[in-house]
Design a protein around this ligand. Sequence first.
Ligand code: BEZ
Length: 184
Amino acid sequence: MAERGAVKRPLWIFGYGSLVWRPDIPHDERRPAWIRGFARRFWQGSTDHRGVPEAPGRVVTLVRAEAARCWGAAYRVAADERDAVLDRLDHREQGGYERLDVSIHFEAGAPQTDGLVYVATERNRNYLGPAPLDTIARQVRKARGPSGANLEYVLRLADSLREMDASDPHVFALEALLRQEGIE
Ligand code: BEZ
């Protein structure tokens, strides 16, 4: 009799940062989605993508916020791509993100699904934590890394959230501050 191995299932990954606007992982489906109990914050330092060690950029992480919904994009990764995608994201995010299991919600009426999300906590060496928004804006303006300008990261994220009609006061307030100061 043929030996039965563990059945591999597709994997849903919830993106709330660059994955929202740059889905650089193989996927079979992308859907606007949200997760409960988290708020997006520009509290993670980036020394290898949107900044350098001498001038870290600021990228998003998630913090616990009981009543909050965080909107983003969910990607369905085929079962046979699962390990490769996780390896790739683990490697890409070696700056300090951890995987968390979450329930991913879609538009009203559609069933939720289990998935995972990468979150950077204060336990990682690049974590910067909260700061006044104008301090964050100043830091974003100055920072640039191998993946490009930190400013581009913020503006693209804000544009993509707007396109999906998602509200995010923290992201939009930072965007407004940056645009108010002028975009080069
Ligand atoms: C994101 O773009 O949502 C993301 C992906 C991996 C780690 C952190 C954020």
